[in-house]
Design a protein around this ligand. Structure first.
Ligand SMILES: [Zn+2]
Ligand SMILES: [Zn+2]
Length: 164
């Protein structure tokens, strides 16, 4: 394949909006770039945030279309859905889209945001077997056990305590 040459010197637009004519002129393009904090700001729902992100792109020309394949990977600082502590975790999302040659601008940032929004629907866990917080005293059960007894939840147990 002669298409899809890696243009080392290609200046990736900082807003990740590529001009279709440029890509057609080059006969396709492969490029990558690191995203700045400012670019990744707000990509994850607060208080989660991306701490490091790299985008890798490949534009392939077909008869009337441009096929875009991309990957965003890096690290994100996310809150565990069970124990509410923050951990930095690696992530990797892929996206694919087809554009007509008539499309003026290919907005990669939009694809990146979409891919990340989908990934956010999965609950983050600090580890697969996270024990979470004690619902009574709030102790992080990964760090230590607490002395709460689950039967306190029962209304009869509460009464028992009163008549002691
Ligand atoms: Zn956790
Ligand atoms: Zn407890």
């Amino acid at each position: 394949m002669t298409q899809n040459i890696f243009y080392r010197d290609f200046d990736v637009p900082t807003d990740l909006k590529f001009k279709t004519v440029d890509i057609v002129h080059m006969g396709g393009l492969r490029c990558s770039c690191l995203l700045t904090d400012r670019q990744t700001e707000g990509m994850l729902e607060a208080p989660n945030r991306i701490t490091q992100a790299k985008v890798e792109l490949s534009f392939t020309l077909a008869a009337a279309d441009i096929l875009v394949r991309g990957t965003i990977h890096g690290k994100r600082y996310v809150e565990c859905a069970r124990c509410l502590t923050f951990t930095e975790q690696p992530f990797r999302e892929e996206f694919t889209e087809t554009y007509s040659h008539k499309t003026e601008i290919i907005d990669i940032m939009y694809l990146v945001r979409q891919a990340l929004a989908l990934s956010e629907e999965i609950r983050f866990l600090c580890r697969p077997d996270c024990k979470g917080l004690c619902p009574m005293c709030g102790q992080n059960l990964n760090e230590a056990a607490c002395n709460c007894k689950p039967e306190i939840f029962s209304p009869f147990a509460a009464l028992k305590g009163k008549f002691k």
